[in-house]
Design a protein around this ligand. Structure first.
Ligand SMILES: *Cc1c(COP(=O)(O)O)cnc(C)c1O
Length: 428
């Protein structure tokens, strides 16, 4: 396949947009080459500016769980657009989607809509800090909670260290309030709590990690976090921006039967439009302005087009819960097929899956946290990525990303993908 026009468009973009992209991971820096420019998408397929058709395993990094240009979502947006695209005033639609989200997700009474997952997580920790009157938060190495200052903190050397910023522009003052823990390691969290007694407002976690590949929580990890939080007056925040409305209608809270105090959403909840949200029980949510002292606002929050897309998406998922089983079956089929051909070609690998999330790591050791995820062979991944691109298959241009299975993928698409991986892995 040729990607000439994409290359030209990228060169033009680089002149006026930093790195040619509006979000860094799109730029192919980790794999080399130039990004693909999309013209349109439908169902499981992307159509690029060179006229290639690609099977899409990114799906806008998660939102398009029912496939691209899903008809009810498209129709809802078109109809709403004709009635005005933004008012900055309340609409009935906001209550409708809020009520449906509260019905679908366990353990929440109220929800507030924002414009991105970043905003949702940023607002959730402000709310947690206001509610508990404490400053520090615990986050896990390798978990991503958007690009707000408090979360751009890298692993220190020891287990109990203050985070150091991993982006210039994040002040040392902000970084000192973010404590860094190891995913799937309760002892590590216990030690952090001991060392910072009475100072921690919240522990924020991706209850299934999806930003260092896909890493499910080990047995007892989330349950243990719940107990530690309850015992120590700490709020437990589940960042379900990726997993919410994806791994189950009620997200990971429903899947593992562990209750969080605050839950963050994004991606699927917006049906492909810019939406985030955070939710909690009434006592906590009433701490937000205008009822309470914690300020949070947004000119375009609850935007009618975004709410219409989100509502159509949630309604589809609410009405047909078999979607989640169907997705998990497709993922399992794909994982088994990939394992079969990689083994046959003597490639060292680990595959992690849960529900409609899957990641392929080129290392034999189980991938359970950031350290083990980072051990994967990046040179093999680059060949894998570009090989698949030549076969017309688009996976994320980074070894640390999860692939997302959509309902639009057929078993023929999955078989084609497995056969392509067989061909590509012969060239390693
Ligand atoms: C994508 C993601 C975010 C950030 O959401 P944006 O909409 O990109 O700001 C936060 N948390 C998790 C777990 C995510 O996957």
């Amino acid at each position: 396949m040729l990607y000439q026009r994409s290359s030209q468009l990228f060169a033009e973009a680089e002149k006026v947009i930093p790195g040619g992209v509006n979000s860094p991971v799109r730029a192919f820096r980790a794999v080399g080459g130039t990004p693909i420019f999309v013209k349109s998408a439908k169902g499981a397929y992307l159509y690029d500016e060179d006229g290639n058709r690609l099977i899409d395993y990114i799906n806008s990094w998660g939102p398009m769980i029912l496939g691209h240009a899903y008809e009810p979502v498209v129709q809802a947006v078109i109809e709403k657009a004709k009635l005005g695209t933004s008012f900055g005033m309340p609409t009935a639609l906001e209550t409708e989607i809020a009520a449906l989200a509260v019905k679908m997700v366990p353990n929440i009474d109220k929800i507030r809509f924002v414009n991105s997952g970043t905003e949702a997580c940023m607002s959730a920790i402000r709310l947690a800090r206001g509610f508990t009157k404490k400053d520090k938060i615990v986050k896990f190495a390798g978990c991503y909670h958007g690009h707000s200052d408090s979360f751009l903190i890298q692993a220190g050397s020891g287990a109990i260290t203050f985070g150091s910023p991993n982006s210039p522009g994040v002040t040392a003052g902000t970084a000192k309030d973010t404590l860094l823990a190891k995913y799937n390691d309760l002892e590590n969290v216990k030690a952090l709590i001991e060392a910072n007694k009475g100072e921690i407002a919240a522990i924020i976690v991706e209850p299934v990690a999806g930003n260092m590949g896909c890493i499910p929580p080990q047995k007892g990890f989330l349950e243990g976090l719940r107990s530690l939080c309850t015992e120590n007056g700490i709020l437990l925040i589940f960042d379900e921006v990726m997993t919410g409305f994806r791994l189950a209608a009620g997200g990971v809270q429903e899947l593992v039967q562990v209750n969080a105090d605050i839950v963050c959403f994004g991606k699927v909840i917006g049906g492909g439009l810019p939406v985030g949200a955070f939710a909690a029980r009434e006592e906590i949510m009433n701490y937000l302005a205008p009822l309470g002292p914690v300020y949070q606002a947004g000119t375009l929050s609850g935007n009618p087009l975004a709410m219409a897309a989100g509502l159509a998406m949630l309604q589809a998922l609410d009405q047909d819960r078999s979607i989640f089983t169907r997705l998990a079956e497709k993922t399992a089929y794909l994982a088994a097929g990939i394992a079969r051909v990689l083994e046959a070609n003597q490639v060292t690998f680990t595959i992690n899956t849960i529900g409609s999330m899957i990641s392929v790591h080129f290392d034999a050791e189980p991938v359970v946290d950031f350290q083990t995820a980072a051990k994967g062979d990046n040179e093999t991944f680059k060949k894998f990525f570009h090989g698949l691109l030549q076969e017309g298959i688009y996976i994320a241009p980074s070894a640390y990303e999860t692939w997302f299975i959509t309902d639009a993928l057929t078993y023929e698409d999955l078989d084609f993908t497995i056969e392509a991986i067989d061909r590509v892995s012969k060239t390693f």
